[in-house]
Ligand binder design. Sequence first.
Ligand code: R5P
Length: 224
Amino acid sequence: MSLKEDVGIKAASYVKNGMTVGLGTGSTAYYMIKEIGRKVKEENLNVVGVPTSSTSKKQAEEMGIPIKSIDEVDKVDVIIDGADEISADFQGMKGGGAALLFEKIVATYTDQVIWIVDESKMVDKLGKFPLPVEVVPYGQQQLFQLFAKKGYKPSFRMDQKAKKVTDSGHSIIDLHLEQIDHPEQLAKELDETVGVIDHGLFLNMVNTVIIGRPSGAEIISDIR
Ligand SMILES: O=C[C@H](O)[C@H](O)[C@H](O)COP(=O)(O)O
C-alpha cells in the first residue's frame, strides 16, 4: 500500500454517520473518497459529500456517495484534503491540482480541517512548490507582468497547449518563489491585488495533519 493510500484510508475513519464531509481533490484525496465510497456501499455509512472540484464530484458520484454543493448544506463537519506543502508551523500550500478556490471555500465553512500527505510534503518553509494564484482572465497578462517585475518568476499553468481553465473559469499563474519567509504578508498582498481571485496559501486553517511515513502514519491533532 502506498503512503497516500494509507493516509487516505486512515482519514476516512474520521467520517461518522450523519456527517457532511468536504471531499478534497488530488491523488491523495482520491484514496479517501474511494474508502468513503467503500464504507457507504459495504457498511451503510450515511454521509453527504461536498466535492471541491469537478474531478472529486465525478469520483464521488461513481463511488455512490450522495453529494451536495456547498450552498445546499448548513455547514460541513469535516473536510479531508491533500496539500502540496506543509511547513513546520502547519501552514499549507495547495492548488497543484488547480482546485484551490473551491477547496478554500469549503474549508472556510468546515468545523474540522484534516490534511493528508505523504512525508515528502512536510517542509521547513513553504515555497519550493510553485505558489498557485487564481486570476480573472481579463487583464491576466498585466498581472503576469506585475508579478514578473516583483521578481516572483510567474508562469501560466498550461493544459496541453492552452492556458489551464479552473472549474470556475479562471486562469492560474504559478509563482516560483523558492522560499516564502513571510506567508501572511504575501497572502495579504495577493488578497489585495486586483484580478487575483485566490491563492494557494492556506494559513491558520488546519486542525489535524496525517502524515504518511514508511514506519506508519503520524497523526498530529489539535493544531488549532
Ligand atoms: O488543487 C489541488 C489540491 O490542492 C491538492 O490537494 C494538492 O495539490 C495535493 O494533491 P496531491 O495529493 O495529488 O499531491
